[in-house]
Design a protein around this ligand. Structure first.
Ligand SMILES: Cc1cc2nc3c(=O)[nH]c(=O)nc-3n(C[C@H](O)[C@H](O)[C@H](O)COP(=O)(O)O)c2cc1C
Length: 204
């Protein structure tokens, strides 16, 4: 599927469905940072709202098609996961299973964010998720961000209590946009020139 022109589309996928989860609190900072750019369209996927089937369940699943359609038109993605039992959440894995085989994530820049209650943060979750994303052909970006002791970093209203952590988390957005602007946008523009002609691209 071709990329939409003009705007950058970012899909942010949250990997926790726990009520009041910290993953969504952290990713909300990334979303806020992305939305500062007027040419960036942001869509947040909360798997709580989806009825994603387990892999291998036969039949035609609208939730799977909708998710794949959203990801297919994304310029880039943010995957946000909690660390559960020393790895990323099964929710994120279920999302990945539903993105197809081969995956519609293939060729997409993906930035990673992890949160954990523990003092060492979501390091293992992020390493495992990086490995899976790379395996399926995503362009997994360097500088994944891990938030340790997450219950102490965010209050109940989602406010970040540590400015240094907040800066790091917001950096997930700027890192992804920087990569896209450096590496993806020129390609999109070239494709558009070939498709629509120089005049259309210059006027937009
Ligand atoms: C099933 C489960 C497993 C967990 N395993 C870990 C773990 O391995 N390491 C850790 O630091 N925290 C672990 N935690 C705590 C989470 O990191 C904590 O709930 C944190 O708030 C992030 O999850 P959330 O986004 O769902 O809030 C676990 C929590 C659950 C529910």
């Amino acid at each position: 599927m071709s990329q939409p022109t003009g705007n950058i589309r970012i899909v942010v996928i949250n990997g926790s469905i726990r009520p009041a989860n910290y993953t969504a609190k952290a990713s909300a900072l990334v979303v806020d940072e992305l939305k500062k750019q007027s040419h960036v369209l942001v869509e947040v996927v909360d798997p709580t709202d989806l009825k994603l089937p387990f892999p291998g369940v036969t039949g035609d699943h609208q939730a799977t098609r909708d998710l794949q359609a959203k990801v297919s038109v994304a310029t880039g993605l943010v995957l946000a996961t909690p660390e559960y039992h020393g790895t990323f959440s099964s929710v994120i894995k279920l999302v990945i299973e539903n993105l197809g085989f081969p995956s519609v994530l293939s060729g997409k820049p993906v930035a990673l964010l992890g949160v954990a209650a523990g003092a060492i943060g979501a390091i293992k979750a992020l390493e495992h998720l990086r490995s899976v994303c790379s395996h399926i052909g995503a362009l997994t970006l360097p500088l994944p961000v891990s938030v340790a002791n997450v219950q102490r970093v965010f209050d109940a209203d989602g406010r970040c209590l540590d400015p240094n952590v907040e800066k790091l988390v917001r950096g997930v957005a700027t890192n992804l946009l920087h990569y896209i602007q450096q590496n993806i946008c020129p390609r999109i523009t070239l494709e558009r020139v070939l498709r629509e002609g120089v005049a259309a691209v210059v006027e937009s």
